[in-house]
Design a protein around this ligand. Structure first.
Ligand code: BG6
Length: 313
């Protein structure tokens, strides 16, 4: 798993390689029939399990704010068994590293049986069952992921979902030429940005040592970083056997704050975005209860380090 975490820059570079040096993004990235399938799509339904589901939750924020398209995200094992209201103009997006997860495959079959024929998968294994079952596909190029807990596949799924967002935004005339060039430039910079973050390993190792004796941890985020907090909590549970929960930071006061004390470390994802001031006031609530904060910030977040407040930029 450690090795695969450090393969993220290469996995991203390989996945984004298909953009080439183009200054514009083409729907064809998702298959020959993309433009026809995607043009008059009315909404997006994302179905997946585990970490792939978290990637879908992040994408919902992008799809609605950038492409202006309604999006819902469902856990495959729920969707396949519940009564839902189908719409043939929905784009059904399944996400899976392996392409063999039984619930995801069954949920896709279920969606198709309800008359939803516009299907697209994001998958890391070209010869998998899932890829065969979809009209459109995007193959992430993370390389074989051997670790049970998904890491580099998640990052490449996010890149693929961001490309899908840009394609849909373009087809819906919501992406100016200038914005398109800027977005592609930023995407090409991703592998370098991720490499910089991996240089923080010594500091992260220090943090982990402090966590190793804890029984519980709380992860907080707002907006598209709430699903990132969920993914952090999932990883801590699955790999360290430490109980962890994730909350949207604004929900803290509606219950979980009661559990915060010096034995409950709180990890926050705090980039300098439109919600940073709101998040800061949530973090103060944690400090007021004696909770120790571990904050992933960025240079502009302006959260000072102090007693009980640890920051990584
Ligand atoms: C779980 C793994 O068993 O399966 C997760 O622990 C993974 O890491 C999930 O995200 C779904 O797998 P896939 O292959 O469908 O993405």
């Amino acid at each position: 798993m450690q090795k695969e975490i450090f393969e993220q820059p290469v996995a991203l570079a390989n996945t984004l390689e298909m953009l080439g040096t183009a200054h514009s993004i083409q729907p064809g990235l998702f298959g020959a029939a993309s433009e026809e399938v995607l043009r008059d799509v009315k909404q997006v339904l994302i179905i997946a399990c585990g970490t792939s589901y978290h990637a879908g939750l992040v994408a919902r924020y992008w799809l609605e704010s950038i492409a202006g398209i309604p999006c819902s995200v469902e856990v495959a094992s729920e969707y396949r068994y519940r009564d839902s209201v189908p719409d043939p103009q929905t784009l059904v997006v399944t996400i899976s590293q392996s392409g063999e997860t039984a619930d995801t495959l069954a949920a896709l079959q279920h969606a198709k049986s309800l008359g939803m024929a516009r299907t697209l998968c994001i998958c890391n294994v070209p010869e998998s069952s899932l890829v065969r079952e979809n009209t459109l596909r995007f193959i992430t190029r993370a390389g074989p992921e051997i670790g049970v807990a998904s890491t580099k596949a998640f990052t490449t799924q996010l890149a693929a979902l961001y490309l899908l967002t840009l394609v849909l935004a373009k087809l819906r005339s919501r992406l100016s030429e200038q914005a398109e060039v800027a977005e592609l430039h930023a995407l090409r910079h991703l592998p370098v940005a991720v490499s910089k973050i991996l240089e923080l390993e010594p500091e992260i190792r220090d943090w982990s040592e402090r966590f190793s004796m804890k029984q519980h941890a709380l992860f907080l985020g707002r907006g598209r970083h709430y699903p990132i907090a969920m993914e952090g909590a999932l990883k801590l549970k699955e790999i360290s056997y430490i109980h962890a929960e994730a909350y949207p930071a604004g929900e803290l006061k509606h219950g979980p704050l009661a559990l915060v004390d010096r034995d409950m470390p709180v990890i926050a994802v705090a980039p300098n975005d439109a919600l940073i001031e709101k998040l800061k006031s949530n973090l103060q609530e944690v400090r007021a209860r004696g909770g120790e904060l571990y904050v992933f910030a960025d240079a502009g977040s302006e959260i000072p380090e102090s007693e009980g407040v640890h920051i990584l930029h």
